[in-house]
Design a protein around this ligand. Sequence first.
Ligand SMILES: Nc1ncnc2c1ncn2[C@@H]1O[C@H](COP(=O)(O)OP(=O)(O)OP(=O)(O)O)[C@@H](O)[C@H]1O
Ligand SMILES: CC(C)(CO)[C@@H](O)C(=O)[O-]
Ligand code: BAL
Length: 279
Amino acid sequence: MHYFDTIAALRSFLHANRTTQQVGLVPTMGALHSGHLTLIDAAQQQADLVVASIFVNPVQFNNPDDLARYPRTFEADLQLLEAAGCDVVFAPSADEMYTEPPLLRLNFGELETVMEGAFRPGHFNGVGIVVAKLFNIVQPDCAFFGQKDLQQVAVVRRLIRDLNFPIELIRCPTVREADGLAMSSRNRNLTPEERELAPALYQALTLAHDLLAEGQSPAHAKAAVTGYFATRPGFRLEYIEVANADTLQPVAEVLAPGQTAVCIAAHLGKVRLIDNVVF
Ligand SMILES: Nc1ncnc2c1ncn2[C@@H]1O[C@H](COP(=O)(O)OP(=O)(O)OP(=O)(O)O)[C@@H](O)[C@H]1O
Ligand SMILES: CC(C)(CO)[C@@H](O)C(=O)[O-]
Ligand code: BAL
C-alpha cells in the first residue's frame, strides 16, 4: 500500500500509474470501521486502483467540540486499509489541504435548507469544498459514499453535476451493528450505557417505516417517533423527517418504491448520531 501526505507526491504517483487504470476514490475522516471497508470493497469491484483519503476536514465542522472529540485512530486505520488491500492512502495535514482558509463558499440551495444543512450551518460548504479538492487532486473515475450520510450523497451528486466532474458517484448501503445501530466513527465516543441505548435510533426509523408501509401519513409517522423519544431517557431528538431520497425535500405522502427516505438525527449524551432508511 502506498501512503502519501502531500498533494504533490500523490499527484506524481497517480500521474505515473493511472495510464489505462480506473481510479476509485473513497473519502473518509478515519476512525475506520466495517462500514468504511465495504466502501473500499465496492471500489475494488469497480476500479483497478483504489485511493482512500483520511482527513478530518475542519471546514465542515460547525461545532468546535465535535471537531475536538472526533476520534482519530490513524495507525489502526492504516492497518485496516492495508489488510483490505487498498492501493493508496492519502492522509494530508490540515495545513497541506488548506494553506490558507478558503475564500470560496459553496451553497447547495434547497439541498441544505433541511436536516443536516439546517442543523449544521456551513457543514455542506465544508463538505463540498473538501470533496471538490479531493476530486481535483485524485481525478477518480468513480467515488464511493455511504448511504448513512444520505444528504451528503445528494450534495455530492449536485457538486458533480454543477462542476462537470467526469466521476461516477456510487452510493453504498449502510452497514449496521447486530443490534441495528448504524456503524459510525462517532459511536466510539458513546459511553457503555449510551451504547446500550443507541439502537433506539434505528428502532425509531423502523417504527416510522412500518407505519408508512401500513399506509399512515408521514405526519403521523413523524409524530409517533417524536412520542417515542419523549419517554426515552438520554436522547434529545433533533429531527425526524420523511423526504424524497434524492432531493431530500420533505414529502406529505410516500413516493414510488426506493424514493422515500426516513431520516433522523438525535443527541445521545455528547454524541450526535444520524441514520436513515430508504424504502
Ligand atoms: N455504517 C456505514 N455504512 C456505510 N457507509 C458508511 C457508514 N458509516 C460511514 N459511512 C461512509 O463512510 C464515508 C466516510 O465517513 P466518515 O469517515 O465520516 O465516517 P462516519 O462513520 O460517517 O463518521 P461519523 O458518522 O462519525 O461522521 C462516508 O461516505 C460515509 O457515509
Ligand atoms: C466525505 C467526507 C470524507 C468529506 O470530508 C466526510 O464528510 C465523510 O467522511 O463523510
Ligand atoms: N460523516 C459525515 C461527516 C460529518 O459528520 O462531518
